[in-house]
Design a binder for this molecule. Structure first.
Ligand SMILES: *[C@@H]1O[C@H](CO)[C@@H](O)[C@H](O)[C@H]1NC(C)=O
Ligand SMILES: *[C@@H]1O[C@H](CO)[C@@H](O)[C@H](O)[C@H]1NC(C)=O
Ligand SMILES: *[C@@H]1O[C@H](CO)[C@@H](O)[C@H](O)[C@H]1NC(C)=O
Ligand SMILES: *[C@@H]1O[C@H](CO)[C@@H](O)[C@H](O)[C@H]1NC(C)=O
Ligand SMILES: *[C@@H]1O[C@H](CO)[C@@H](O)[C@H](O)[C@H]1NC(C)=O
Length: 417
């Protein structure tokens, strides 16, 4: 069993905090997960934007790429000029991060923040990083001689909370979201929004009661699809939350989870620029292709699946199984246009996915294409050989829809990585 324990994290009242408007004078708790090995996992931060930010600016704040940010929130990356789209203040989004064992505690240490004029530690902690970190934690993680006077342009490590808990919850795959409790939140409401139960949240966070206080950080298990890539693959243990996407294999492969079942489903990514072959050996099937052949005994299902990214090579696996019934067309989690406003739900609590509140809103002003038309294929690889070509062309479409400048800038970033 993994230890799940509560951690009292008293916010020490330090002189410099007096002068800032962002002080929280309450004791806040966060769930910490002790660890002893070099394990890491995919995790999420529940983040509320403190100001209007471009997609690329938000991605840069957490040092992730824009595509990763968008796909984790099921936002349509084929939306015109999506990297420069301005996300509204107070919007709640899930930020995908890698969670690792650092000094005996699971956390993320990959985020760096460059200080700007008039920054204070508590402003950075409570406002810019929306309470995911405290001023004290930033101070401890950095050598700061005088917290009252930050040098402009100083690079600070921002330790962020995350948990892995074996990427499972009740023996089912899960991705853990670090959620900062807001004023209006009740545990029941959080549980309902994320399709879990109060009992499960209490168990995961080792809570003795349902009481939560604004500023507490709780770990919320999101149902997810697990991978079974070999340990030597660079995307080993990829886990994708229900209703979302992940881009892997140097942006060559996209994997989605849900909505119908929790089996990871990977296809060539629309971004695929220079990728190794995505065709299964001794077969004409590509990643994600499924053929079916009804027989007296059931349905003979042959599929070409993704098996991880090994030494720059996309591993494909051809497998044939006999199933009672032929599977229907694969359904993809719905994509949404970039949210243009933060609704009450985002202001006062988490929404399970932006898709629930903003879903493909026809009122979104800037859209010139029908959101969701390109990526992923609206009718993906189907259960039969027919209808594949349409899926094929829509897989390639999205980026031909994009201004070439964006494609170029994304490409440059890939090269720069
Ligand atoms: C870890 O999760 C897997 C399923 O994802 C499960 O089979 C295994 O028992 C779990 N291990 C522990 C130590 O909980
Ligand atoms: C996954 O999400 C879909 C909606 O996007 C929902 O209908 C389904 O119940 C979810 N599955 C689980 C196991 O939570
Ligand atoms: C299922 O299909 C595979 C490949 O097409 C074939 O080799 C195998 O004999 C088939 N099995 C049945 C039971 O039809
Ligand atoms: C990856 O490549 C390195 C050297 O380039 C080799 O030593 C290693 O065995 C390879 N790993 C796999 C899993 O093929
Ligand atoms: C398999 O899917 C790919 C795209 O994922 C598509 O280009 C191709 O036409 C499909 N091939 C077959 C034989 O189904």
């Amino acid at each position: 069993m993994l230890l799940k324990s509560n951690f009292l994290n008293p916010i020490i009242f330090i002189i410099f905090t007096i002068f800032t408007p962002f002080v929280t004078l309450i004791e806040s708790k966060s769930t910490i997960e002790p660890c002893s090995n070099s394990d890491s996992c995919n995790a999420m931060l529940g983040y509320t934007l403190y100001t209007d930010l471009k997609v690329s600016q938000l991605a840069a704040l957490f040092q992730i790429d824009s595509i990763t940010l968008l796909t984790a929130n099921a936002i349509d990356i084929s939306y015109p000029d999506v990297e420069n789209y301005i996300l509204p203040s107070h919007l709640f989004l899930k930020i995908p991060i890698v969670c690792s064992c650092v000094d005996g505690i699971m956390k993320s240490m990959s985020t760096k923040y460059k200080t700007r004029p008039a920054d204070t530690l508590s402003g950075i902690a409570d406002l810019v990083f929306a309470g995911l970190v405290s001023a004290d934690q930033i101070r401890e993680a950095n050598v700061i001689s005088d917290p009252a006077f930050l040098d402009v342009g100083e690079i600070l490590v921002v330790p962020l909370p995350c948990t892995c808990f074996n990427s499972s919850d009740n023996f089912l795959p899960a991705v853990y979201l670090s959620y900062v409790v807001k004023e209006m939140d009740a545990l029941g409401g959080i549980a309902a929004r994320y399709w879990t139960t109060v009992a499960d949240l209490m168990n995961v966070n080792s809570m003795g009661s349902t009481a939560i206080t604004a500023g507490d950080i709780i770990a919320v298990p999101l149902p997810a699809c697990a991978s079974n890539f070999p340990s030597y693959s660079s995307d080993f243990a990829l886990t994708v939350a229900n209703g979302s996407y992940a881009i892997t294999a140097s942006h060559c492969v996209q994997c989605s989870c849900g909505p119908g079942d929790l089996n990871l489903y990977c296809t060539p990514a629309s971004l695929a620029v220079s990728c190794s072959s995505m065709q299964c050996q001794n077969s004409n099937l590509m990643l994600g292709n499924v053929t079916t052949q009804p027989s007296a005994a059931g349905c003979n299902v042959t599929s070409c699946t993704y098996g991880g990214f090994v030494n720059g090579t996309i591993v494909t696996t051809l497998s044939t199984t006999l199933q009672p019934r032929c599977p229907g067309e694969h359904q993809f989690p719905p994509l949404v246009a970039p949210p243009s406003f933060a609704d009450r739900g985002s202001l006062f609590g988490p929404s399970p996915a932006p898709s629930q509140s903003q879903g493909g809103s026809p009122t979104t002003p800037k859209s010139k294409v029908v959101p969701g038309s390109g990526f992923p294929p609206a009718n993906g690889p189907s259960g039969s050989t027919s209808g594949r070509n349409s899926a094929a062309s829509s897989l390639v479409m999205p980026f031909s829809n994009l201004p070439s400048a964006l494609v170029f800038s994304i490409f440059i970033k890939l090269v720069a990585l």
